[in-house]
Design a protein around this ligand. Sequence first.
Ligand code: DLL
Length: 441
Amino acid sequence: MSAHGSPPFFQPAIETAPREQIHALQLERLQKQVTWAYRRVAWYREQMQAKNIVPEDIRALDDVRLLPFTDKQTLRDTYPYGLFALPLEEVVRLHASSGTTGKPIVVGYSQQDLEVWSDCIARLVRMTGVTRADRVQMAFGYGMFTGGFGLHYGCEKLGCLIVPAGSGNTERHLMMIQDFGATVLISTPSYALYLCETGEKEGVDWAKSTLRIGLFGGEPCTPGMKREIERRMHITCTDNYGLTEVMGPGVAGECLAAREEQHIAEDHFLWEIIDPETGAALPEGAEGELVLTPLSKEAFPVLRYRTHDLTRVTTQPCACGRTHARMAKVRARTDDMLIVRGTNIFPSQVEDALSGIEGATPHYRIVLDNETGLDRMTLEVELKPEAFSDAFERLDHFRAQVAARLRQSLLVSPVVKLIEPGGIARSLGKSKRVEDRRNKA
Ligand code: DLL
């Protein structure tokens, strides 16, 4: 059988294990993980003592709810090594995630942690149809960001040929895709779109390119963006999800059967969905905040991490044969929410509204100010070349259409500014869509 025809699993026994077996493994690992954190990390011991619990209280998976939550603030308070469970001689890698203010948060990995990490990545890469016969071009940065190194070692473990180009230098990326015959691109979806446009301007015919799959992650990939990239680059876009605090990429990945959902590596991550306001557990299928407890961490155990990402999870069987639960694509974060004149708005709502408008691109920017004393929201929307016109009336009609659509779905009336094709700055990594200039004093 050719490499592309082999079954789409990296570790079939665990990826297709009966759910009872997954639950039994999760419980065993949760008990070990809690004991490990309690014994090795003063912060967890103190928190658990304050709640009057000991590791032996974890008798069933739901007992995870007895444990304290952690969040970004916990990692800031214990910066840099306060949550490490191994002496630094046994830690072989650090990664960090920059916050909006002050110091980054720092996480560490043992050799064993790196093995688990690359297994999780190899699984999600394989489930998109990538095999060892593929040539993978990396456009994530190889720095403190987990994207580059994380996906790199997983692809190598799968046996792919990896081109470690790193982030930036779009001309060089275009050249290497063509010269080395890359079949898979790893990047943020916004960078893929930028690469696509730059290629088009330089005469690249994507229909003839060897690229066939995009492994995108690190930021939301809106349905509009996905459609656009698939259509223009002639590739299949897949999404994968993760975050530095619990490992990096590798938490969940998209199979070719479920498409809009991603399988969580449940043997290594216990998920909960909670009400972001009250912290109470929500039933399967309800939308809420994802809370993750990694189950196999040595260097940096994290219990009940509040991701702030909004999603829902299902354990219904999947046509791909995997038995691990699936989470819906993350479209919004609880802390993304903008409050404009008292109305709550998520950028994903703006994206949804724009994606239904013929002539609008997925490139937009929200600018908030309150120069006049009242909140004002300006929405800059980039037009497709075919919608761009010198005719004032046509543009004005378009602007009115966008404003009406937004008023209908957001219940606020933004000032709509139309931007010429290519006029909204592209990002090489995660895109920044909101600029809040409001004076909060
Ligand atoms: O972005 C890890 C990663 C790298 C995942 C590469 C996938 C590919 P952080 O920089 O710590 O880690 O950012 C984590 O980014 O809490 C989500 O809000 C968002 N995020 C990550 N992947 C996705 C995705 C990496 N596929 C934060 N869809 C997370 C939507 C995503 N949001």
